[in-house]
Design a protein around this ligand. Structure first.
Ligand code: NAP
Ligand code: ZN
Ligand code: ZN
Length: 348
């Protein structure tokens, strides 16, 4: 019996439309959550259009979930009714593999359960946050600091952690020059977090249109990648580049902007392969790496850091029925800087 409502793509590339479905009753270790806000991540668009792999349909997207606890199972110790909580990109994992037991559960190799477009341990499809409620095991629920508004905090659950994790792993901080490529949902969190960690932050955007915003968000420098002079001027400049671009781009010329021993970390996940020349890496002993969200523990660390520093996403709130128009604007890089769906509008 359906007991939850949301919006789903009923087949690949279809516009999102209302969809009723069933959430499990909270078990002993489960937390039931009323979803208040859910961010729109570019990954929702890639997956709804089968750009990465054949998806599971109907697909209820959404993995930047912020809400309030409405019920807890008898064995739950971490959360109580009324708590402000978040759910990110995964809602369970095998809990036994090397990754799960060494604080890297986001890289679980055995049985990761993605928040949507996945299957749970019973083989049932998972449905995401473009919906009114969700039930998740307490070990995969995050605590949102009380001083952060839920709308601005929602995008921290994917965009925030996806930038925080590589910035920390590659030691962004005082004395380090960091470039963020692409000023969208992920990129703007990279600027805020890189700045808060004490790094010197440069934005590399397609044009200078977002320059004033970039500086306001905390960037020290801002350059256009459409201007060939940018690549001359910044040659050999950066310790770390975090590349958030959602489309196939020229990685070779970006690698040229790294110092010796510098690293470019790819977090943007374009549909098409990107060719890389060996000589973009060999001279200068450069690293080309990838990074995927962050562990549950690191996500909590990031949320606590954002609570202390009062960091949230810059959001534009949209009604559920306007989600398809919001998708089109994301595709045009016309988002300042994260759309967040207000679930109170679900039935409007
Ligand atoms: P977004 O808000 O659309 O931002 C992407 C930005 O990339 C745009 O704002 C634009 O910035 C730039 N861009 C877009 N098209 C471009 C092109 N053709 N050439 C050069 N630059 C272009 O998307 P998002 O939600 O931040 O997600 C970005 C990517 O990260 C997506 O592929 C998404 O699937 C992926 N992602 C990965 C992870 C992970 O764990 N690794 C997590 C979440 C998302 P400018 O206007 O400044 O140029
Ligand atoms: Zn995401
Ligand atoms: Zn595992």
């Amino acid at each position: 019996m359906p007991n939850a409502s949301g919006y789903a793509a009923h087949e690949p590339k279809a516009a999102l439309a209302p969809f009723d479905f069933e959430r499990r009753e909270p078990g002993e270790h489960d937390v039931a959550i009323d979803i208040k806000f859910c961010g729109i991540c570019h990954s929702d668009i890639h997956q709804g259009r089968d750009e990465w792999f054949a998806g599971i349909f109907p697909m209820v997207p959404g993995h930047e979930i912020a809400g309030i606890v409405t019920a807890v199972g008898s064995g739950v110790t971490k959360y109580k009714v009324g708590d402000h909580v978040g759910i990110g990109c995964f809602v369970d994992s095998c809990r036994k593999c090397y990754e799960c037991t060494t604080g890297a559960d986001n890289y679980c190799t055995v049985a990761p359960v993605m928040t949507y477009n996945g299957k749970d341990h019973e083989g049932q499809p998972t449905y995401g946050g473009y919906s009114d409620k969700i039930v998740v095991d307490e070990n995969y629920v995050l605590r949102i600091p009380e001083n952060l508004p839920l709308d601005g905090a929602a995008p921290l659950l994917c965009a925030g952690i996806t930038l925080y994790s590589p910035l920390k792993h590659w030691n962004a901080g005082p004395g380090k020059k960091v470039a963020i490529v692409g000023l969208g949902g992920l990129g703007h969190m990279g600027v805020k977090l890189g700045h808060a960690l004490g790094a010197e932050v440069t934005v590399l955007s397609q044009s200078l249109k977002k320059q004033d915003d970039g500086k306001r968000l905390g960037a020290d420098h801002f350059y256009a990648t459409s201007d060939p002079a940018t690549f001359e001027k910044l040659k050999g400049s950066f310790d770390l580049i975090v590349n958030t671009v959602s489309a196939a781009d020229d990685w070779n010329r970006l690698m040229g902007l790294l110092k010796t021993d510098g690293a470019m970390v790819v977090v943007g996940a374009p549909e098409n392969a990107v060719p890389v020349h060996a000589f973009s890496l060999i001279p200068g002993r450069k690293t080309l790496a990838g990074s995927m969200i962050g562990s549950i523990a690191e996500t909590q660390e990031m949320l606590d850091f954002c609570g202390e520093k009062n960091i949230v996403s810059d959001t534009e709130t949209v009604a559920m029925k306007d989600v398809n128009e919001a998708y089109e604007r994301v595709l045009k890089s016309d988002v300042r800087y994260r759309f967040v769906i207000d679930l109170a509008t679900l039935k409007n």
